[in-house]
Design a protein around this ligand. Structure first.
Ligand code: F6R
Length: 625
């Protein structure tokens, strides 16, 4: 949440910052602002609303400088407005800061400053005041060896007083070519390329400049100048950030002719799934049968024999992928699995010990709830595996082992390709545990993987239903209430379908296990309601047909998502039936059946004129609790 970019040493730093903010806008779009430094002082332009408002203001009031710092905001404290937009200055205009996170003790800190006027209602502004105070107090540690004020030392001194989560970037008028950054529980990367220094919330903002970046670790600070980057810890001792190479390029982060990132990302799913499945089956030695190998896992196969319980922790869409993971692990490995809303996990008393395996699923790898849940489990000596899409992310770094999805950058706030690749990751993990525990023979593993390899082509077939889905969206885009129902592998997809519809179209939508409806939710059904039923061929199909009849009898329109083997039977019970190819394996079915629901939501939202890529009140990468 909130995006930060800083550039120093570039003739067109402001343009670079605005371009970077465009790529970070999915992290928050309540307001945006930029500050430049030069020896005459700091100059700030900021505007409430989308980045275009800031860009318009900059057209009328051009800023030119070689050092600039920008921010795009997802509001926590203080309404979205010009005055609450970042950057924030201290009263003398000497220091400017941008902040991602929440300063939990800001009221105490404000009180400690005494009778000072604040220009905003944010938790962040106080940090600018405190740093300016440090720089002004001549006897503090905030002084370099030559006696001049030292911005890095001042920031370190102030950060020691902060409670909460923060990625902070600071500039000062008397040190105009320097950016100082601090990181604690919110992501921040730094980079240096061709005499220009950069910092940003994520690589999307920097990819047009470099793919060699370093992620700061919690408690690290950096001084960034055109000449180089100095990273230190809280005591000022030189420290090493996590350096890595980004394996995608600028084109992957652009719309490439699609109207929206969401649509582009939906269409990228065949490739993303293929990339996540690639090269997983290998013979451990010549002459031996091939085995499923998950090299990034970093946890010895033998360790899995000691595991007697699995927790899957995740939020939102990733949680729904985890629900498919539960089915896969219980099916192939025979280990009980609990799927947990990550934000709840550490606030109860989960029974976790070294025999418990925790799988934390997060596209971004930066979701604070998931990171905190995983840390809670690690404190109790449970091994943690991170299933993430972002190499070098906090979750990936902090976990004992990991598995990467290879979806490439996901820009739309509504997650699509990350979800289907997370399901692939979960299936691979389930199969791997089954293999490690001797419950699935090598020949079966090879057969199942060969079937998974057919999923990308099946996905291409599903994408051809787009025209039909647009027509269905025409018919249903004004319904008052939509209920999604499913059983077994259809349930997580029902939940994901409801989430997609509500988050981008703002229509009221809910999901229930189909068998649970009669215990209450069916009371909501009345003429005019729409029920979307996941009804593939398989062992729960007969039960789904009964549940469809129940809602139809009460006046709902039914849109049934069936498969080649089920649709003939569905046509007499549903108003509309969509036929998907039969999945090559039952547990791969969700990868296919979610796609029509993604497209349906997309078309409903565009017909309703909503901002598909930047839905209201939301932001991608949720770094606050
Ligand atoms: C919905 C969506 C969110 C995320 C959730 C977790 O479309 O994208 O529900 O799935 O915020 O995000 P990650 O996976 O980054 O932890």
């Amino acid at each position: 949440m909130c995006g930060i970019i800083g550039i120093t040493g570039h003739a067109a730093a402001v343009d670079g910052v605005v371009a970077g903010l465009r790529r970070l806008e999915y992290r928050g779009y309540d307001s945006a602002g930029v500050v430049t430094t030069d020896p005459e002082g700091l100059r700030v332009v900021k505007r409430a609303g989308k980045l275009d408002n800031l860009a318009g203001a900059l057209d009328g009031q051009p800023l030119s400088a070689s050092t600039a710092l920008g921010h795009t905001r997802w509001a926590t404290h203080g309404e979205p407005s010009d005055r609450n937009a970042h950057p924030h200055l201290d009263p003398s205009g000497r220091v400017a800061i941008v902040h991602n996170g929440i300063i939990e003790n800001y009221q105490t800190l404000k009180a400690e400053l005494g009778d000072v006027r604040f220009a905003s209602d944010t938790d962040s502004e106080v940090v600018a005041h405190l740093i300016a105070e440090q720089l002004t107090a001549s006897s503090t540690a905030a002084t370099a060896a030559d006696g001049t004020p030292d911005l890095l030392a001042a920031v370190r001194a102030v950060v020691a007083r902060l409670e909460g989560a923060y990625a902070l970037c600071v500039v000062a008028a008397d040190d105009p070519e320097t950016l100082v950054v601090a990181k604690h529980e919110a992501p921040l990367i730094v980079a240096q390329a061709e005499g220009v220094g950069y910092c940003a919330s994520d690589v999307a903002a920097l990819i047009e400049h470099t793919n060699e970046v370093a992620a700061l670790l919690d408690g690290q600070f950096a001084r960034i100048t055109p000449q180089g980057i100095e990273v230190v810890d809280v005591d000022g001792v030189p420290a090493t950030p996590h350096a890595y190479t980004v394996d995608w390029d600028l084109a992957a982060a652009e719309k490439q002719g699609y109207d929206h990132f969401m649509l582009k990302e939906i269409h990228e799913q065949p490739q993303a799934v293929a990339d996540t499945l690639l090269d997983r089956l290998n013979a451990p030695a010549p002459g031996l049968p091939p085995r499923l190998q998950l090299d990034e896992l970093r946890i010895d196969e033998g360790e899995f024999s000691r595991i007697d319980k699995v927790f899957i922790l995740a939020c939102g869409t990733s949680l729904h992928a985890g629900m498919v993971g539960k089915l896969a692990i219980e099916h192939w490995a025979g280990i009980p699995v609990d799927v947990e809303v990550a934000s709840e996990f550490r606030y109860r008393d989960p029974i976790v010990d070294p025999h418990t395996l925790v799988i934390a699923i997060s596209q971004s790898g930066e979701t604070i709830d998931t990171i905190a849940g995983a840390a809670h489990a690690r404190n109790q000596r449970a091994p943690v595996i991170a299933l993430t899409n972002v190499v070098g992310s906090t979750l990936a770094r902090e976990a004992d082992g990991g598995l990467y999805t290879h979806a490439g950058p996901e820009v739309a706030v509504a997650s699509t390709k990350a979800f289907t690749t997370q399901i692939v990751g979960c299936l691979l993990l389930g199969l791997y545990f089954g293999q490690a525990r001797g419950r699935v023979y090598s020949s079966e593993v090879a057969d199942i993987l060969e079937r998974f390899d057919r999923v990308p082509d099946a996905l291409r077939e599903v994408l051809e239903l787009d025209g039909q889905l647009r027509e269905l969206a025409q018919r249903y885009h004004d319904v008052d209430y939509t209920m999604f129902i499913g059983r077994h592998a259809g349930l997580p997809i029902a939940m994901e379908g409801a989430l997609k519809l509500k988050e981008i179209s703002y229509l009221h939508a809910e999901a229930f296990p189909a068998g649970e409806m009669k215990h209450g939710p069916i009371a909501l059904i009345e003429p005019g309601s729409l029920v979307v039923a996941l009804a593939p061929a398989g062992h729960v199909f007969g039960k789904m047909v009964s549940n469809i009849q129940e809602v139809r009898a009460r006046g709902a329109s039914v849109l049934a998502i069936g498969t080649a083997g089920s649709t003939a039977a569905l046509t007499e019970h549903a108003d509309d039936v969509l036929t998907l190819p039969e999945p090559p394996h039952e547990l791969a079915g969700p990868i296919l059946s979610v796609v029509p629901l993604q497209l349906f939501s997309y078309h409903v939202a565009t017909l309703r004129g909503e901002d598909v890529d930047q839905p209201r009140n939301l932001a991608k990468t949720v770094t606050v609790e």
